[in-house]
Design a protein around this ligand. Structure first.
Ligand code: SNW
Length: 280
């Protein structure tokens, strides 16, 4: 009897507490208002922030600056897209991870999205979903060895690949009699290349170009087209509202010239593909 009475007397208190919480949270703006309404339209881990998995050593796509900030084409494009969904700079949180962990981490809800020049393939679509494409280019072999000018030249050589990349898959299928050496990230592979542990490293074209500028002995020797696997934002399977919102914002960023501006900033001198430019 007594317990019930105490319990009942607590109900208004609990109600008041909940109301106070909702009123407090509602003060933080549009995103938080949706939260107060119990709303999470994009199915985010935390409705107030977009949690993004990325890489620290894939410059100029994505990398960490000396100040420890994430930067690069993919990062700036994603920030711009997120701002169109109402998420400002502080509401987009980037975390660096090994490439091979990115897609599993999205599938396991550690991140809402992965952004790191991740190519769209049927195999990957079995575990995660992709936004529309925003970048298409080459897979490139970087080396100081002048004997390497074609797949043939890789025979008997040691070639670095980052685990889980399209480069790993392509090399395994197409570079016969080449020793593949798997690395967790680009920096460790390029260190191995510079100290002679491997003869070449296989990575994305713009990142290869960047390492070539940093270490002038290293040249791009082979380019493999990867236009059938354009990079997209990777999201959890079935998170359609988020995917559609990202696509709408992405197309707006292409249409108003934002994409072009970022492309010219981060990939100067590279040919400009017209499929992502404003349509008349
Ligand atoms: O398939 C290409 C795409 O055409 C564009 O050139 C950007 O890079 C790719 O998406 C391939 N990127 C690799 C992959 O998806 C490696 C990504 C990385 O190192 N961050 O496996």
């Amino acid at each position: 009897m007594r317990a019930t009475r105490i319990f009942k007397s607590l109900i208004p208190l609990v109600r008041a507490g909940a109301m106070a919480l909702i009123v407090a949270v509602a003060g933080f703006g549009a995103v938080s208002k949706a939260l107060a309404a119990g709303d999470n339209p994009y199915g985010l881990i935390d409705p107030k922030v977009i949690s993004v998995g990325t890489m620290g050593d894939a410059k100029p796509y994505t990398f960490t600056t000396a100040e420890g900030e994430f930067s690069g084409f993919d990062i700036e494009l994603f920030r711009n897209v997120a701002s169109r969904l109402g998420f400002n700079k502080d509401q987009v949180v980037f975390t660096g991870q090994e490439f091979s962990a990115l897609m599993p981490s999205v599938a396991n809800q550690r991140f809402d999205v992965a952004v790191a020049a991740i190519g769209t393939t049927e195999a990957r679509k079995k575990t995660v979903d992709f936004s529309d494409g925003y970048l298409a280019g080459y897979l490139s072999v970087l080396t100081a060895d002048k004997a390497i000018t074609s797949a043939d030249g890789l025979k008997g050589k040691r070639l670095g690949v980052v685990q889980g990349t399209l480069q790993e898959i392509y090399a395994g299928k197409n570079f016969k009699e080449t020793d593949l050496v798997k690395f967790p990230d680009n920096n460790s592979a390029v260190s191995a290349l510079n100290n002679g542990t491997v003869d070449a490293h296989f990575l994305d074209y713009e990142a290869a170009k960047q390492y070539g500028e940093r270490y002038p002995d290293l040249k791009i020797a082979i380019n493999i087209p990867s236009f059938d696997a354009p990079a997209g934002f990777v999201i959890r399977k079935g998170n359609d509202a988020f995917r559609e919102a990202l696509n709408t914002a992405l197309h707006a960023a292409m249409q108003d010239g934002t994409w072009k501006t970022l492309y010219e900033k981060w990939f100067p001198g590279s040919p400009m593909p017209d499929q992502y430019l404003p349509k008349k």
